[in-house]
Ligand binder design. Structure first.
Ligand code: NAP
Length: 541
């Protein structure tokens, strides 16, 4: 018997709710279940709380949303007490915050850590789910609540020869807990998404030599991270409730919103000035506090894309390296826009080399390094910053079986089908926090999470008050929601691009736009209206 099993041997094997995951979502869900007085168990694969921030410990890992909104709102006291050090906190600081929240609200005792849920099956006769863990436990529960994150199923590409590599290799999303020291080492980073773009400048400073293997050049906007001074802190503490209220209704859950103006109605010089001013401010606001047509109109998008291309040309000294780094052929923002600190500047360093995989792709990994079509690059370490099986992957890999033994991965084999991204037909009493078909990754994650957790908690309270046994979406509601999510996605530029938003980064995954892009505030309003109408679109028995 493992230590955690021993510790939990007094725990009940029949509860009202099981929560899977101890990140932002799982912690807050457990807090709400406790408030509701519901018996519960919670399981977490990692050895502690933190979710994304437990696993993603790679050099440079930090939030891309400002600290004052990348945090919980449910406790004004917590909000006032906690002091963020800077605009975009690093992984260690966010993990400290989540540890603090878990301790302050006494949440850890609800969790079994180092415990992976290996299956969850619904039994129609009893109306209960049976959850099994790799610790050999079986727990019966009325409600199954997944808090497994959107970007937690790490993806290491299947490149032949990896098992023969004599150096060490890492995935950014499964980084070791002990410090990885690249001093004096020849390091290769594969991938230039947000994780690559955050880690490359830091690794470059440490390593003897860094080779960046780039398949698709990425746009990136400066973060311009900075400490929060006493005066800024005072203002933040004073205004925080108003800032949060703005986030609750904004398009991407941030304290700013799209401008009412379109890019094309503005004089080119004025437009350039606007892009430049926001470029100096840094952060997502550059794109998401900007002209409202950037993600809908190719010509408008091109004005922003060309502005960034000019910045790259102006930063990277070697014109040939700049040419390789300049993104073309897809609209800016349709791959998740990274924020960076000196990413393009890093390619001016003597010890950094850029390999353009479009010109010479990776053929295999050899014991001494990576071999492309043209050349072998000797390496002591490889960092895969190659992303995740986004949104659906964390759910389909659990082994969830609904009514009649139907497997979730089979139901979703042609793409996820959900109602509001929170529930799916055939899986009664299962709630997915920030599931596919909800705004999730298109909003500030803690804002998206709190909205879902609050909605789910209210829904469970409603069911309890009514004495109801099951809730499940109707087929009509699920079909209509799927069509609506698709229609909204099709109205944007996203489907033009191979990205994880489209499932296109995973070989064989259906090409479907995964999140809901109707705006976070609009979605919140809709969810509230559905609840007010007695959970319209759900069948409650
Ligand atoms: P990602 O955006 O999916 O980027 C993966 C990179 O690896 C891409 O450049 C991709 O190239 C490349 N790649 C994948 N397979 C490859 C292969 N077989 N050979 C060569 N290159 C390959 O993954 P990520 O950077 O981990 O970021 C994922 C998401 O996590 C982000 O978009 C963001 O939402 C979130 N994230 C957030 C933060 C933050 O908020 N602070 C930080 C990191 C990540 P292609 O483009 O050609 O596919």
């Amino acid at each position: 018997m493992s230590a955690s099993q021993k510790m939990n041997s007094s725990r009940s094997n029949e509860v009202d709710a099981v929560v899977i995951g101890a990140g932002f979502a799982g912690l807050y869900m457990v807090h709400r279940l406790k408030e509701l007085g519901l018996s519960h168990r919670a399981f977490e694969q990692g050895g502690g709380v933190g979710g994304t921030w437990y696993w993603n410990r790679y050099p440079g890992a930090s939030s891309d949303s400002e600290s004052w909104v990348y945090s919980y709102t449910f406790s004004p006291e917590l909000e006032q007490d906690w002091q963020w050090s800077c605009r975009f906190p690093e992984q260690a600081e966010i993990l400290r915050y989540l540890e603090h929240v878990a301790d302050r609200f006494d949440l850890k005792r609800s969790f079994d850590f180092n415990t992976r849920v290996t299956s969850a099956s619904y039994d129609e006769a009893s109306g209960f789910w049976t959850v099994e863990t790799d610790g050999g436990e079986r727990v019966r529960t009325k409600y199954l609540i997944t808090a497994v994150g959107c970007l937690s199923a790490a993806q290491v590409p299947k490149i032949p020869g990896l098992e023969r590599f004599q150096g060490k290799w890492y995935h950014t999303g499964q980084w070791p807990h002990e410090k990885v020291d690249f001093s004096g080492k020849r390091v290769g980073v594969v991938g230039t998404g947000s994780s690559g773009i955050q880690s490359i400048p830091i690794i470059a400073k440490q390593a003897k030599h860094l080779t960046v293997f780039q398949r698709t050049p990425n746009f990136s906007v400066p973060a311009r991270n900075a400490p929060i001074g006493p005066e800024q802190m005072r203002k933040l503490k004073r205004d925080i409730r108003q800032i949060r209220e703005t986030c609750r209704w904004a398009t991407i859950g941030q304290p700013y919103d799209l401008l009412p103006t379109t890019a094309l109605e503005v004089d080119p010089e004025e437009r350039r000035k606007h892009y430049e001013a926001d470029w100096q401010k840094g952060g997502f606001e550059w794109m998401f506090g900007s002209y409202c047509d950037l993600l809908f109109n190719e010509k408008a998008n091109e004005t922003a894309a060309e502005f960034v291309r000019e910045k790259i040309r102006g930063t990277v000294k070697d014109p040939e390296v700049a040419r390789k780094l300049i993104p073309r052929g897809y609209p800016i923002g349709t791959k998740r826009l990274p924020l960076d600190t000196d990413y393009f500047e890093t390619f001016n360093r003597e010890n950094v080399e850029l390999v353009d995989l479009r010109e010479s792709s990776i053929e295999e990994i050899v014991p001494s390094g990576i071999r492309t079509r043209d050349k072998t690059y000797p390496l002591d370490a490889i960092v895969f910053a190659t992303g995740f099986d986004a949104l659906t992957g964390p759910l389909t890999r659990i082994g969830i079986r609904g009514r009649g033994g139907q497997r979730l991965d089979e139901k979703w084999s042609t793409g996820p089908r959900t109602y509001l991204g929170v529930s799916t037909l055939g899986f009664p009493n299962m709630f997915m926090i920030t599931g596919p078909g909800s705004p999730s990754v298109l909003g500030n994650m803690p804002t998206s999470i709190e909205q879902h957790v609050d909605w789910i908690s209210d829904c469970i309270a409603h069911l309890r008050n009514k004495g109801a046994t099951t809730i499940e979406p109707t087929k009509d509601a699920e079909d209509a929601w799927g069509a609506h999510v698709k229609e909204l996605g099709d109205g944007t530029l996203f489907p033009q691009t191979d990205s994880w938003y489209m499932g296109a980064n995973i070989p064989g995954k259906p090409r479907v736009f995964l999140p809901y892009i109707g705006g976070f505030g609009t979605y919140r309003k809709l969810c509230d209206e559905i609840a007010a109408k007695g959970y319209e679109g759900f069948s409650i028995t």
